[in-house]
Design a protein around this ligand. Structure first.
Ligand SMILES: [Zn+2]
Length: 243
């Protein structure tokens, strides 16, 4: 399993794209979250890594929650894919999210995408719901999800292929139970950090045992984050990690 880092910034970053990655499974690429300027974000990651990824051919998209820094790119990606579907028969992307996100997704997108009432969500995306406690097969990867205690309904994720696991915290305050769920058998744990009530300050992550910190990388850092405050390395945009 390979991971391409697309964005590592927080919601207010002027340096980096919103947190996002592409996971390569045996049957395709899976985009995790869809931040602003998604076409540029994917292009930059592709150019930096030499790994060709493109919003035009992304088969599966997982949306962890409806904060804009994680989903604002859905409008431009959705319109682009709608056009490609109509003009060239390119399949619509599958969009995977929780029931809570699915229930309100069109409230978020509809005012910009309903084409005067003529279009609906399934004109742009094929919707699939992720259920905590159940495993879904996405891009040939086993995907599990768990609710976090963020400000809006949010799912953390685990991707597993042939005994190797990537864990992705999504947005969350520090939560020992979530860390235990993420780290179980994971070769790579990507955890957010931001100094806010609904996010995870660096201090509790620094206090985790070496056996967990040694497999952990950080995302969602604010601009100007002092990397000397922790021995947990930050993810870099365009970085490729084999798991
Ligand atoms: Zn958020």
């Amino acid at each position: 399993m390979r991971l391409l880092v697309v964005g590592t910034g927080d919601a207010f970053s002027s340096e980096r794209f919103g947190c996002s990655c592409v996971v390569e499974g045996p049957s395709g690429h899976v985009l995790v979250d869809c931040p602003d300027m998604i076409h540029a974000a994917l292009r930059r990651a592709s150019e930096a890594s030499g790994w060709k990824v493109d919003a035009r051919s992304m088969q599966d998209i997982i949306i962890t929650h409806l904060h804009g820094d994680h989903c604002n790119g859905l409008e431009s990606l959705g319109f682009h894919r709608w056009l490609l579907h109509r003009e060239r028969g390119v399949p619509l992307p599958r969009l995977h999210c929780s029931h809570a996100v699915a229930a309100r997704l069109w409230e978020r997108l509809g005012p910009a995408m309903d084409q005067g009432g003529a279009a609906r969500l399934d004109d742009y995306f094929t919707l699939h719901t992720l259920v905590p406690g159940a495993s879904a097969l996405i891009g040939g990867l086993q995907v599990e999800c768990r609710e976090t205690r963020h400000a809006v309904p949010t799912m953390a994720l685990r991707f597993t292929l042939t005994g190797r696991t990537l864990a992705w915290s999504s947005d969350t305050p520090f939560d020992e139970g979530l860390v235990a769920w993420l780290e179980r058998g994971a070769g790579l744990i990507v955890h957010e950090t931001s100094p806010s009530r609904v996010h995870t300050p660096i201090e509790p992550l620094n206090a985790l045992p070496d056996s967990i910190r040694g497999r952990m990388r950080l995302m969602h850092m604010p601009d100007g984050f002092d990397t000397a405050c922790t021995d947990i390395p930050c993810l870099r945009q365009g970085e490729v990690i084999e798991i």
